[in-house]
Design a protein around this ligand. Structure first.
Ligand SMILES: *[C@@H]1O[C@H](CO)[C@@H](O)[C@H](O)[C@H]1NC(C)=O
Length: 187
């Protein structure tokens, strides 16, 4: 088994990529390409991956207080509040002896127009992403993620990435940020 020196987290609306040392957040709207880039980053830099979906599922099965709430919300077709996701995230990070405060935040900037187009293309033939639900996801994103981005912006920790470019160009931009930070590609 390869040495696991990091943990990467994917959140429902804010996928997070975390490294043990250093840890960072990858944020962007639905359809901004976070998931795709998380996989590429994991493969290129050799990091482990843990999804928040799995984290929530595990908690739901555990029979804990949060677990019961998560199950009830799911049965109602509701989103799990971000405070709970953050709590679970912190727990998982503490268990893995990771620092909570990210070194920096990679912010995928992408217009709603482009994200909508991608989401509609991605879900061709599937009913779960029509224009109405997409608008709802953008609202949730605006309310939950943007304040986080602004908070880290005020601390000078945000690196913006133009996420409207093709996948390979976005990844090149990500690599340039990592290179400046002195992070090496896995041999
Ligand atoms: C989200 O915020 C952006 C920027 O403030 C705004 O242009 C957009 O209309 C908002 N979207 C929704 C769905 O509320």
């Amino acid at each position: 088994m390869p040495l696991c020196k990091s943990l990467m987290l994917t959140w429902i609306s804010i996928p997070l990529c975390g490294f043990c040392d250093p840890f960072f957040i990858l944020a962007g709207g639905p359809g901004s390409g976070k998931g795709t880039q998380c996989s590429k980053i994991a493969a290129t830099y050799g990091f482990c991956h843990l999804s928040a979906g799995e984290l929530l599922e595990k908690e739901a099965q555990s029979g804990s207080e949060y677990g019961a709430l998560i199950k009830a919300l799911k049965a109602d077709g509701k989103l799990v509040p971000s405070e709970i996701v953050i709590k679970l995230l912190q727990q998982a990070m503490e268990e893995n002896k990771m620092q909570i405060d990210p070194e920096f935040v990679l912010f995928f900037e992408c217009s709603e127009e482009v994200m909508t187009r991608r989401l509609l293309n991605r879900n061709q033939g599937r009913a779960d992403d029509n224009r109405e639900t997409i608008q709802k996801r953008f609202r949730v994103y605006n309310e939950s993620t943007l304040p986080v981005i602004n908070y880290y912006s005020s601390k000078g920790k945000v690196h913006k990435i133009d996420a409207e470019q093709p996948i390979e160009e976005v990844f090149e931009a990500v690599k340039r940020v990592f290179f400046k930070l002195g992070w090496k590609v896995r041999e």
